[in-house]
Design a protein around this ligand. Sequence first.
Ligand SMILES: *[C@@H]1O[C@H](CO)[C@@H](O)[C@H](O)[C@H]1NC(C)=O
Ligand SMILES: *[C@@H]1O[C@H](CO)[C@@H](O)[C@H](O)[C@H]1NC(C)=O
Ligand SMILES: *[C@@H]1O[C@H](CO)[C@@H](O)[C@H](O)[C@H]1NC(C)=O
Ligand SMILES: *[C@@H]1O[C@H](CO)[C@@H](O)[C@H](O)[C@H]1NC(C)=O
Length: 869
Amino acid sequence: MNLPLLSNSKMRRSSLSRNHYFVIGLFLGLVLSFYVPQDIWELVQQEECPQEAAENSLIEKFGQEFEPHLNLINKPLAAKKTVKNVIRPRYYSSELGIREKIFIGVMTTQDNINTLATAINRTTAHLVNKIKFFINADNVKSNYKLKNIVGFTDTRENLRPFHVIKYIADNYLDDYDYFLIIQDNVYVDARKLNAMLYHMSITFDLYMGAKTEASNYGSYGANDQLPQQQRFMAAVAGENGAEPADGVAAGSNDEFRMLSDRNYCDLNAGILLSSSVIRKMRNNLDWCVRNGITNVHSINIGRCVKYSSNLPGCQEVFQGIQQRTYDLKSSVKLFKDLNLLTKDETFRNATTIYPVTTTDDFYRLHAYFSKYHLEIVQQNSAELELKSYRIANGSISNNILEIRWPLGVPLASAPETRHDIIMWHYLNRTHIFLPNAENNVEPLADIEAKDLEKILDITTQYAKHKFPNMQYEGIHSIYRRFDATRGMDYHVHLIMRETGRISALTQKSSQIKNFQIVKPLGRVEVVPSPYVTESTRIAILVPTFEHQLQEALQFINQYEQTCMHNQDNTFLLMIFMYRPDSESKGEMDPFKLIKTLALDLSSKYKTDGSRIAWVSIRLPAAFNEPSPAEDVMLNSLYGRDEILSIAVADLALPKIGLDSLVLMASNSISFKPDFLNRVRMNTIQGFQIYSPIGFMMYPCKLAGFCKECDTCDVSQSTGYFDKWNYDIISFYSRDYVQARKLVETSVPITRSDHDIEQLLTRADRSINHVLDMFVSSQLSVHILRGVEPNLRYGSAIRNLIDRRNYDDGIKAIPKCPLDTEDAAEAENPSSTKNSRRSEEATHKCIHMASRKQIGDAIIRYEDKSIIHK
Ligand SMILES: *[C@@H]1O[C@H](CO)[C@@H](O)[C@H](O)[C@H]1NC(C)=O
Ligand SMILES: *[C@@H]1O[C@H](CO)[C@@H](O)[C@H](O)[C@H]1NC(C)=O
Ligand SMILES: *[C@@H]1O[C@H](CO)[C@@H](O)[C@H](O)[C@H]1NC(C)=O
Ligand SMILES: *[C@@H]1O[C@H](CO)[C@@H](O)[C@H](O)[C@H]1NC(C)=O
């Protein structure tokens, strides 16, 4: 025991510093023990175990107090400081202190709100970050059209600017860099103002505008009729009669004030203040109010700024930038003199123009300056274009400059692997070839056809202009490619023939001319959307027909695993669709099994608040027959009667409540918790509904091209995103009810089971499911559709195959009912609309395999038959 301690003590001396006297002592003791005289050594050796003896002697020597133990007496057992959770602001802009540029405060009056103030709002508000109108509101009328009005009940005129400053400081100081305070007779060229502010550094105090002329106070301030000397006295007395001493002092100091009251910014021209100056003014507001006793606002503000910020005076130029103002002479009439004024460079350069006395003049000025800026923009862009051509023409290689046609549109993105190559699609006038993994030819959708017509129109016109000696004969081919970073590219090959006498003689054959057309994407805009969380409770509606028992049971078992077990905040409402003559109670109830399971699970998870409920719907007489077996080949759970989804929603929503998030689901789906979170994030009350595009899995057992695998990632060989299935949709009840009311006339609302009949026999067939209903209602909500790999369809058909195999050992699978109907319809195409419907209908059939798989199989089959011969 001693020796290990010895070597340890050498190595870890520093860590043992508390005990190092002991360790050194021990070390020395042990070293000495080798040199003790023989006889003592022998004495020690006589003991039974020398090590034990040494130990005992040590303990004897030092006692047991060196055994380490924790001294917890009088020590708190829990950490004293509770760790505080850092509360982070919702927006990174608040955390980083990012502010917007400009706030405009307009001092106006109740009488001018509907005239001058509204004109300012119309000409300026949309160009600046924020605008507010300040009035004295002793008896305020509140029915103004203009919003953004702030009323002060303190009507002492000389204090108005300070109320404005205080209001701004209290509410907006941290949100904006600059504050422009104007009266309601100032036109602000906001574009110029913004451009100017973006060139200034915000780290300095700014008090900017047009300087007052010190010798001429009389012309400022509406209420100043008294001579200056008396005015000071009167103001002081009126303001603060109880303190005559102050008034005397002010009067006797007039001379001094005359001198120092120079160099203030003139409020008539607008005063621009940085937020730093406003902050300093707020801190000295008491002083400012006590000394802001004149009725001239410019002076009151000026004194306050000077006192608070130590700025020497109004800055007309700052960092080389000048804010120009323009004082309209009273003789100037804008309606006739504007042309003259525009020749004056100081007018054109002005950021504020004052005084403007009529609303018409505001609009005149605004029209002029808008045009002025538009011309500058056009001029700049033309120059830029020229410049880039000049550069492109020079010695710099185009690979560096990347100037491609058309200018300003990004190049197509370079594919990283061969899987990322964006394909060109071949088109003729009406059809697109190999548009997706399933189909060989598809007709162009309405909007695509229109787009193509327009493209062809423009191209043929251009061709005529470019080749005046040639004649357009027809289309050879068209290719199209969409690139999300660039836009839509077209390659159009036109057949052209030369005209004129010579060519008639030479009989030249026609030529093909190639044209490239680009429809670039506009600038991508971020749509601001309300804040949602992933904690919202979802009410999941699952309609079930009598023949879907097996799927429904599977669904509920899966629901238990995914949602109830994990305490995901959901609620399941099963909707049982009874045939007209089925028992709905007792032993014969076709849904008895489900009901038992639902009750069992509800009581099992009672403590978590999870539960499964059900609603029963009795279908009308038309559903007397058991549903045809081949309907399972349709992608919708409702088979051919997708309209029933609306009946289900109509009848079930009253049981759920107006503020709930509702997910209309299907019993033949499987999903992961991620999917529910996406539903929570993408469905926003009053703003957005969500229609996910789930992944339909091929019935692998049937076609034999793939292996069944529920947990695998989606892949081209195992299924496809079924964008023609609209069964799954999520929305807030309230939005549904609103939209539903808007289409009530064409699709009557189902209030009871008896109304379903009406729904089925409705005249207007343009609305077929809930998504249709939202689209037709034109309710102002976004509709988001997006692929959702965590939502899978296809269990119904898989069950069918399993059952058939089991029942009769043959793979007799029914044919999709719509395929046959289609053939009949195709022979007798009554209208284009009809044919489009049937086109849509073919997509309603579940696909068995991808085009590639089928193609491969055919080739393999043919190879074999060749070998056999
Ligand atoms: C004021 O301007 C805002 C922003 O441009 C605009 O939304 C609002 O309708 C305007 N109000 C009036 C009364 O013109
Ligand atoms: C007007 O602005 C332009 C460009 O900022 C400047 O070059 C010019 O000197 C200004 N003219 C006057 C009269 O201020
Ligand atoms: C490009 O350069 C050529 C000769 O180098 C010249 O003739 C032509 O004008 C230039 N084009 C432009 C747009 O500068
Ligand atoms: C486009 O191709 C489809 C399919 O081959 C064909 O039915 C259609 O007639 C063609 N349209 C034109 C305008 O040639």
